[in-house]
Ligand binder design. Structure first.
Ligand code: RIB
Length: 298
């Protein structure tokens, strides 16, 4: 079974600030750093670090070649990554003293993905293979349709949530990897158990992983429900915590790990990512996950 991640690659500009800038305010940042990011790139790095073989497809500009290098160094196959004659996507990220962030995205080359390019990539994969998707690239609708027609298992992280996600035929999704905000946008509820019930009611063939930050994660499949606690850490930067969880979880499933264990391992990896500044660079190695002494809060 092969894993393809068709997803964004961004240059992340991270500004550490006392508080998020307010309308009309000019705020001095405490520091600025440049990191390799993008939900797609982060998830591919997490998948690879967690032990999976992963192919990444997506777009960068000339100014973003170092992102491709970053994927390569992390063990990701980059033969499908394409360079376009436009700037690389980038993210302007404010991180406050509590480690929370807010992000402005510029799509750049991530928005150059066409149906034709997607077809060229997807024809290399077959029934049963996994495709991982987020919502930071163009032609997402066409990619979902093509992947479904090819019999791929579609893992969708519906992030960032917007009308493009709501316009997809979500019945085609094998696995939703979502948080409460995304769950609420699809189901109208902000209560985790209700989100899961409504998701299964609307999409009975799908499986749902709902991440709840410091309240852990939940899993739903038919009538089955599994709850996982969280690991307490001092939050330095929450950027890429969800991506780390997603990558570790899919790698664990591909390795036939049982769901309870996969949830716990992914939650631990995400907790470690939160304790380090940055995006893909904060994703831990499996030995760091195995050796860390964090305890699970039920
Ligand atoms: O999920 C975190 C990512 O979201 C950042 O790396 C940033 O690039 C945005 O895409």
């Amino acid at each position: 079974m092969k894993i393809l991640n068709f997803g964004s690659l961004n240059i992340d500009w991270v500004y550490n600030v006392d508080h998020f800038v307010k309308p009309g305010e000019t705020l001095s940042a405490l520091s600025v750093d440049r990191f390799c990011g993008g939900k797609g790139l982060n998830q591919s790095v997490a998948l690879s670090k967690a032990g999976a073989s992963v192919f990444h497809a997506g777009g960068i500009g000339i100014d973003g070649q170092f992102l491709k290098e970053r994927l390569k160094e992390s063990g990701v196959d980059v033969s499908f990554v394409k360079t376009f004659d436009v700037p690389t996507g980038n993210a302007f990220i404010q991180v406050d003293k509590t480690g929370q962030n807010c992000i402005i995205l510029f799509g750049g080359a991530n928005q150059e993905i066409t149906k034709e390019y997607a077809e060229e990539v997807i024809k290399n994969f077959q029934k049963g293979d996994i495709i991982v998707l987020q919502n930071e690239i163009s032609s997402l609708n066409e990619i979902v349709d093509m992947a479904y027609e090819s019999g791929l298992q579609i893992f969708l992280n519906p992030s960032p949530m917007n009308e493009k996600i709501l316009a997809l035929d979500l019945n085609k999704i094998t696995y939703f990897m979502m948080n409460e905000i995304e769950g609420e946008a699809i189901t109208g509820s902000n209560e985790p158990d209700i989100i899961l019930d409504k998701m299964i009611e609307k999409y009975p063939k799908s499986k749902v992983v709902l991440t709840l930050g410091d309240k852990g994660a939940r899993y739903a499949e038919g009538t089955k429900r599994i709850a996982c606690g969280s690991y307490e850490v001092k939050a330095v930067d929450t950027t890429s915590a969800g991506d780390t969880f997603t990558g570790y979880f899919i790698a664990a499933l591909a390795d036939n790990m049982e769901i309870e264990k996969a949830l716990e391992r992914s939650a631990k990896a995400a907790a470690l990512a939160v304790s380090v500044k940055g995006a893909s660079n904060s994703i831990p190695l499996p030995e760091e996950v195995d050796n860390c002494k964090l305890t699970l809060k039920k």
